[in-house]
Design a protein around this ligand. Structure first.
Ligand code: SAM
Length: 253
């Protein structure tokens, strides 16, 4: 059980937009990924757009989209507590609840036929951790466990790249993040297979975030031994990884 003292508050800033967030120990706290993503959301979002986010967390990017002019935001998360927090944060930021449709969902499962070809923009800052053999498969109960995304850390990313096209309007696009942790070659294969047009909007090297602990580092180094593709590298004693911000449009359906 979470006590009231465990809630924290944070202000997220993008340009002139300020977002007040209440954060919960079981819900993802925005990191530099969300900060960088904010710039890209601002560049591709048009006023009046209908937006879908897979992996709401605190709701920070959904709220940003609304503050930048989205008319309606649908948000999905597998973590029930994230849905509650995102709704609270939406209201706390003075937004109208009738413009938010937040659904508890594993991947896109909570979408239905009426959501097909509905969205102008689909965004996702996906989880990246692989399921290690030493971890028993059980229902996630910590914020970090919700960041485990299939055997290779690609379950959500692969869904974004391969299955979101059917929910876009013909003029719509997706904005997502891929990391070297998940292996770039597979990401490129899926982009070429499912999209007529895609581009890397930004590539940066970021230090591994706190949940990327020793067993994961061993896993990524072993994977490099197996397939020769570098997932992490050291610089001045710190582990870095590459991060790509990708925009894709015109899905191959
Ligand atoms: C890296 S966090 C991003 C949160 C927020 N969008 C941000 O940028 O701070 C990824 C989010 O995806 C959610 N998630 C993980 N696996 C999921 C799944 N299979 N289906 C839906 N959401 C999932 C997690 O619970 C978490 O809230």
């Amino acid at each position: 059980m979470v006590t009231i003292e465990e809630f924290t508050a944070e202000t997220f800033r993008y340009d002139t937009v300020e977002i007040q967030l209440q954060l919960h120990p079981l819900v993802w706290t925005p990191t530099s990924f969300a900060n960088a993503m904010a710039t890209h959301v601002a560049k591709v979002l048009n006023s009046g757009d209908r937006v879908l986010e897979l992996g709401l967390g605190s709701g920070v990017l959904a709220i940003l989209a609304a503050k930048l002019g989205a008319s309606q935001v649908t948000g999905l998360d597998i973590n029930k507590q994230a849905i509650i927090m995102a709704k609270n944060n939406w209201l706390q930021n003075g937004l109208n609840i009738s413009q938010a449709d937040f659904r508890h969902s594993d991947l896109l499962n909570a979408l239905n036929a009426t959501d097909a070809h509905c969205f102008d923009l689909i965004i996702s800052n996906p989880p990246v951790l692989p399921q290690l053999d030493i971890e028993a498969i059980h229902t996630p109960s910590t914020r970090d466990e919700f960041e485990i995304s299939g055997q290779d850390g690609r379950r959500v990313l692969d869904t974004v790249l391969s299955q979101t096209g059917q929910y876009l309007k013909s003029t719509g696009g997706i904005l997502t993040i891929a990391t070297s942790l998940q292996g770039w070659p597979q990401t490129k294969i899926l982009l070429n297979k499912h999209w007529y047009h895609w581009e890397i909007r930004q590539q940066i090297a970021l230090e591994l975030t706190a949940e990327c602990t020793a067993p994961y580092i061993d896993y990524w180094l072993n994977k490099e031994q197996e397939d020769g593709y570098s997932r992490i590298y050291q610089q001045a004693g710190r582990y870095l990884h590459d991060v790509w911000f990708i925009y894709a449009h015109q899905p191959i359906l």
